[in-house]
Each structure stands twice: as structure tokens, then as C-alpha cells.
Write a protein that binds this ligand. Structure first.
Ligand code: G6P
Length: 550
């Protein structure tokens, strides 16, 4: 594929950006009563209102043409068809097959991928029902009350985010905890809250070689065996989720207690696989199936809806416009729902590990900006922290406001306050406040004339700061599944336009290699690193640790 910037539509977008002097968004809304209704797309209980972006129909047409010139349709077909689109690892990318409905077939070559998926899902269902029903018990016969997922990255963020988001749907399932940090504090905090007799550990690692996860799993095993005084207890208190049966066996977990998945599931796309086991344990297998059904519905929408009405495609093209033509270096995600407070962290891995790349698929350097820095947390807190920068700072920060219409079981009056803030923030960023408005406001408030002049520059808001509103009918498993799948496909489409491989992550390797070496050097009984082994700063840090008081 030619470099994105050499595509005709890219050049037209650049040209338009240079020569077209658009009116303010306020004026555009005023002049075009159909704007809001037209600039919307809906699917699977989710509505995207993108009318507060700094673009008009002409740019949108060009962006859709860009997707066409980048051959998006055939790239989508290649992914769903099981082609090895992860070329550097020579792997297919089939997380979409993980959510295919019961009875479906997913032929890839001679294999029906769906048959394997459904076989694992059936085992997960049986196991979850046993644990939740009290048929699977601890070594001493106690019912399982706590599940501790030990994993990191894709083996942590997705299940942790979903378990929090859907906590209201957990019924009487076990409490689920997540341990990812290897600092000793994380596992210590969790084990102090659990009773070893009734705790089940899920060791989740695609590779089963990840240092942090294995170290925490060993610590957990030592805690359990120490407390219960019997190695045999491991069999009832540890299960594994992995693609690496040999390593699971080496760790000492019977592979009968292992739930497998496949190399065609990327870590950050794996919550739909057996990596979702803590979700199914916490919420029950029926709710897990609903989550998968929502994601599948979004897959179907993505695969079949015309690009102009295709939610993930539109989300991706809007991001491309902001990043590559309006120079936005970051993307803020602001969910206005406490249960979605881990969503930005989850999306950080999805987006930045996928598209934080500077070479194209053929290895040549990219000539445009790729993944923006995705950041954020629950929106209300953000308003009282960093929204100042979003309103009046020097950078353009596009925002995804995520709102939920149904208050669920919570107080509607409180829910309404949060929702009002979402609407108001999006409006404020778009409208801004002119000097005349700020002046009139101060005069009405009785601010003395000489103060008005001094304060005016501080009290003007430029407006024209773009945002999407992503509105969920309700926060339930189906809609959450659809939302996450929409973001997955958005990430994929952006990668297609930028022509990067969104499915590898070589960038995390170097740090891991060096960490192994540094770990050995921190041992005060080992020889100190030689003078030329590191730069002076790195050597100084190692020496400082070795020399710390003990
Ligand atoms: O599931 P694991 O093999 O333990 O990998 C856990 C995580 O570690 C890596 O460093 C990768 O960057 C992530 O993509 C992955 O999700």
C-alpha cells in the first residue's frame, strides 16, 4: 500500500485544511439545523454524536474516501477471514471469532475455529457453575468466596475493567480481585483480605513466561501452601489460563485445570477468550455470553454497515482527522459513570500498544503521526483536575465523552447531575465564551470596570474544542461488549489508515530484556556490574539499591 500521506484523499484533506477557513462550531450549528441529527450513528444500543467535531460533510466525504483508498474493506475481510495479518508474528487476528454465537461455524483453512472456541467456552461454563454453585470447593471443603486473577496487560486490564463495569450484574458470585503489580504490595494487599481456605487463584498469562505474573503466582502459591500446610492444596486453589500448556505444567498446575486459547488472540484483544474467566466467575456464564453477544453484534455492524453509518469506522476517521489534520497529540476519554473508571486504562493498552508504531507494515518509516496519547479517568473527577487544560490550554485535546442514559439501580437524581455535567462540558468546549459574553457577564455581576479589562483575557474561552458523545442506553453486558468491540475496531481502522501492524508489540521487549539483567545485578551477593556495563546514571541507580541499608 502507498504511504497514507500519498493517497489522493489525504492530500485533498491537507489542502482543505490549509485553504478552507471554517466558521466556528457555534455558527455551524446555527446555520445548519440538521447538523446534529445528521452527524450521528447508532448501533447495538450505542449512539455516537460526532456533530461537535471540527469538520463538515465535505471533510467527512474525503475521510470516507481515504478509508476506501486505504483498502479498508479488503483489510476487514482479511481479518475476519483469518488471514495472517499480523505479519511480523505471522499470525491470524481472530478475536472476532471468540464471540461467534453458539452453533456458528468459522472455517479458517481446514479448521473450524468456532468449534475450538465453543469447546473452551463450555468448559468455562461448567467450571464457573461449579465454583458459583459450591460444587468446586477448596482443599478443606470450603466454598470459594474469593477469586484472585494474577495477570498483567491484556491478561488483567480487560477482565478488571469489565468486572468493575458490570459489578451490579454479579448476583451472588464470588468477590474477584486483580493482582498485576509485582512490587509485593499488590499481592500482599489482596492476600491479607482473603482466607486461603476459600480463595481460588486464576493465573492468567498468554505466554506463561511473564516475569511479573509468574513471580506473583509463586508468591500466591507459597502463601497458600504455607497457610494450608499441604502442597496438594494447589490442585483445588489454582487454575491457569494460557496458550502454553508446557509452562503451566512446569509451574505445577494440572493442565486439566487449564483453560486454553490460541496464538491468534492478541493479549489486548483477549478478554473474550478464557482470559475472561474471572468475568464469567464473577458475573456467571450467562452474563459472559451476553457480553460476547454484544461484541458479536458490533462485529456484524462493523462488517456490514456502510462506512458512512459505521460506528467504529466513523470513530476512527474522526480520530484520524483530529490527529493528522488538526495536530491533536492526545485523546481524552471521559466516562461519566463510576463503573467505567477503568475504561481509559483498558483503552490505553488497546490503542497505544496497537498503534504506537513508527514503521509501516513494510518496515519503512511512517510519515505521519500515529497513535495519540490516550488518557483520562472518570469524567467528573477529570473536570476538577485537568479539564482546565482541555478548555483553555494550548493544545487541542479531542474528548470522547461516554454517558449512560439508564441510572440502573442508583439514585436518578444523582445520575442526572453526572449526566448534566457531561452534556455541559461538551457544550462548553464547543461554544466557548466570547470576550463580549465574558464582559457582559462580569458587568452583570458588578465587577468594577478596571477589573473587567484585566480579567477579560483569562475569562475568554476559545471554544471549537472537539468532542464525541458516546451514549449507551444502559450499562449492561451486551452494551458493554458492543462498546469495547467498537473501540477495538476503531483501533484497527486507524492502523489500516496509518498502514501499521496493529497486532504486534515489539516495543515492550527492550525494557524486559534489560530488566532481567538489572535484576541479577541488584543482588548484593552477586558481582557488581562492570564499569562499562551501563551508563553512569543506570550504574548509579543499581549501586544505590545494592548499598541500601538492610
Ligand atoms: O498474557 P501475558 O503473556 O502474560 O502477557 C501480558 C502482557 O505483557 C506484554 O508485555 C505485552 O506487552 C502485553 O501485550 C501482554 O498483554
Amino acid at each position: 500500500m502507498p504511504a497514507p500521506s500519498s493517497l489522493a484523499a489525504w492530500k485533498s484533506l491537507q489542502q482543505r485544511r490549509r485553504t478552507h477557513l471554517p466558521r466556528s462550531l457555534r455558527e455551524r450549528f446555527a446555520a445548519d439545523p440538521g447538523r446534529a441529527a445528521r452527524m450521528q450513528a447508532s448501533a447495538c444500543g450505542i449512539t455516537l454524536d460526532y456533530s461537535k467535531n471540527l469538520l463538515d460533510d465535505d471533510e467527512l466525504v474525503l475521510l470516507l474516501r481515504l478509508a476506501d483508498e486505504a483498502d479498508l474493506a479488503s483489510r476487514i475481510r482479511a481479518m475476519f477471514g483469518g488471514e495472517r495479518i499480523n505479519t511480523t508474528e505471522v499470525r491470524a487476528v481472530l478475536h472476532v471469532a471468540l464471540r461467534c454465537p453458539p452453533g456458528a461455524h468459522w472455517p479458517v483453512g481446514d479448521l473450524d475455529v468456532a468449534a475450538e472456541v465453543h469447546a473452551v467456552r463450555a468448559r468455562m461454563r461448567t467450571f464457573c457453575l461449579q465454583v458459583r454453585g459450591g460444587d468446586w470447593r477448596g482443599h478443606g471443603g470450603e466454598r470459594i468466596t474469593d477469586v484472585v486473577n494474577i495477570g498483567i496487560g491484556g491478561s488483567d486490564l480487560g477482565p478488571a475493567m469489565v468486572c468493575e463495569a458490570l459489578a451490579d450484574h454479579a448476583g451472588d458470585g464470588p468477590r474477584v480481585h486483580f493482582v498485576s503489580n509485582v512490587d509485593g504490595v499488590h499481592i500482599g494487599d489482596v492476600t491479607r483480605r482473603c482466607d486461603p481456605r476459600s480463595t481460588l487463584f486464576v493465573v492468567a498469562s498468554k505466554t506463561f513466561t511473564t516475569q511479573e505474573t509468574l513471580a506473583n503466582a509463586h508468591a500466591a502459591r507459597a502463601w497458600l501452601v504455607g497457610a494450608l500446610g499441604d502442597e496438594a492444596a494447589v490442585a483445588r486453589h489454582f487454575v491457569a489460563v494460557s496458550t502454553n500448556a508446557a509452562a503451566v505444567r512446569d509451574f505445577g498446575i494440572d493442565t486439566a485445570n487449564m483453560f486454553g486459547f490460541w496464538d491468534w488472540v492478541g493479549g489486548r484483544f483477549s478478554l473474550w477468550s478464557a482470559i475472561g474467566l474471572p468475568i464469567a466467575l464473577a458475573l456467571g456464564p450467562d452474563r459472559f455470553d451476553e457480553l460476547l453477544a454484544g461484541a458479536h453484534a458490533m462485529d456484524e455492524h462493523f462488517r456490514t454497515a456502510p462506512p458512512a453509518a459505521n460506528l467504529p469506522v466513523l470513530m476512527a476517521l474522526l480520530a484520524i482527522w483530529n490527529v493528522n489534520f488538526l495536530d491533536a497529540a492526545s485523546q481524552l476519554v471521559a466516562p461519566y459513570h463510576q463503573r467505567l473508571h477503568r475504561l481509559p486504562a483498558y483503552l490505553q493498552q488497546l490503542d497505544m500498544e496497537s498503534n504506537g508504531k513508527s514503521v509501516r507494515r513494510d518496515g519503512t518509516p511512517v510519515d505521519c503521526r500515529t497513535s495519540p496519547i490516550l488518557w483520562g479517568e472518570q469524567g467528573i473527577n477529570g473536570q476538577h483536575a485537568y479539564f482546565q487544560l482541555v478548555h483553555q490550554g494550548t493544545q487541542l485535546v479531542p474528548v470522547d465523552f461516554i454517558g449512560v442514559l439508564d441510572p440502573g439501580r442508583e439514585d436518578e437524581a444523582l445520575h442526572r447531575i453526572a449526566f448534566a455535567n457531561l452534556v455541559a462540558q461538551a457544550e462548553a468546549l464547543m461554544r466557548g465564551k466570547t470576550a463580549a459574553e465574558a464582559e457582559a457577564e462580569m458587568r452583570a455581576a458588578g465587577v468594577p470596570e478596571e477589573r473587567i479589562a484585566a480579567l477579560l483575557p483569562h475569562r475568554v474561552f476559545s471554544g471549537d474544542r472537539p468532542s464525541n458523545v458516546v451514549l449507551l442506553e444502559r450499562l449492561d453486558p451486551f452494551t458493554l461488549g458492543a462498546l469495547v468491540a467498537a473501540y477495538e475496531h476503531r483501533t484497527f481502522v486507524q492502523g489500516v489508515i496509518w498502514d501499521v501492524n496493529s497486532f504486534d508489540q515489539w516495543g515492550v521487549e527492550l525494557g524486559k530484556q534489560l530488566a532481567a539483567r538489572v535484576l541479577a545485578e541488584l543482588d548484593p551477593h552477586a558481582a557488581a556490574p562492570s564499569a562499562d556495563a551501563h551508563d553512569a546514571s543506570t550504574r548509579g541507580l543499581i549501586e544505590r539499591y545494592r548499598a541500601r541499608p538492610r
